[in-house]
Design a protein around this ligand. Structure first.
Ligand code: IMP
Ligand code: MG
Length: 179
């Protein structure tokens, strides 16, 4: 696995420090509130597992799985819900947890969909953001790292379902996906 990585973009220590920082900010902002954290499967799982342990507030967790129609690298903007929440978010303080925001189309759709369920509030926390690639305007409250437009894997993120278990975030060698 490690041989397929061209460059380590975010080390384990950088990830750990950032998770602590985000957890502290969320703890402050939700001082008198309980959080309903929604992880977007599957990429956000590793980040979410670390982040919720850095939040010193009551946190409920649930998950959604979505897929964009069409398998292109650029998502089409049409989103299908493959797994919905198990419980109601009406009146809850929702915090969506995502691994990376690219075009923003997946989350733009999700926020619209979740808002219809009348949560008390809805905010977005992403580990990484690729601002160059944004196609829709998206209000993101918590951003871990702004990263350049490169394909990254590890710490939950995959290429063809591989590399999710790398403990750091790396840029994949081009030879891996061009072969
Ligand atoms: P978008 O913001 O709707 O374009 O889609 C974001 C989703 O694309 C993320 O949740 C990831 O699943 C996937 N994605 C985008 N960039 C990367 C990357 O660099 N590595 C791995 N997955 C990525
Ligand atoms: Mg994802």
């Amino acid at each position: 696995m490690h041989n397929d990585i061209q460059e380590v973009l975010l080390t384990e220590q950088m990830l750990k420090d950032k998770v602590a920082e985000l957890g502290a900010a969320i703890t402050r902002d939700y001082a008198d509130k309980e959080i309903f954290a929604i992880g977007i499967l599957r990429g956000a799982v590793v980040f979410m597992a670390d982040l919720i342990r850095a939040i010193e507030r009551p946190v409920q967790i649930d998950f959604m799985a979505v897929s964009s129609y069409g398998m292109q690298a650029d998502s089409s903007g049409i989103v299908r819900i493959l797994k919905d929440l198990d419980s109601s978010i009406t009146g809850k303080h929702v915090l969506i947890i995502e691994d990376i925001i690219d075009s923003g189309q997946t989350l733009s759709y999700l926020i619209k969909n979740l808002t219809e369920r009348k949560p008390a509030s809805i905010q977005l926390c992403t580990l990484m953001n690729k601002p160059e690639r944004r196609k829709v305007d998206l209000p993101v409250k918590y951003v871990g790292f702004e990263i350049p437009n490169e394909f990254v894997v590890g710490y939950g993120l995959d290429y063809a379902e591989k590399y999710r278990n790398l403990p750091y975030l790396g840029v994949l060698k081009r030879s891996v996906y061009e072969k």
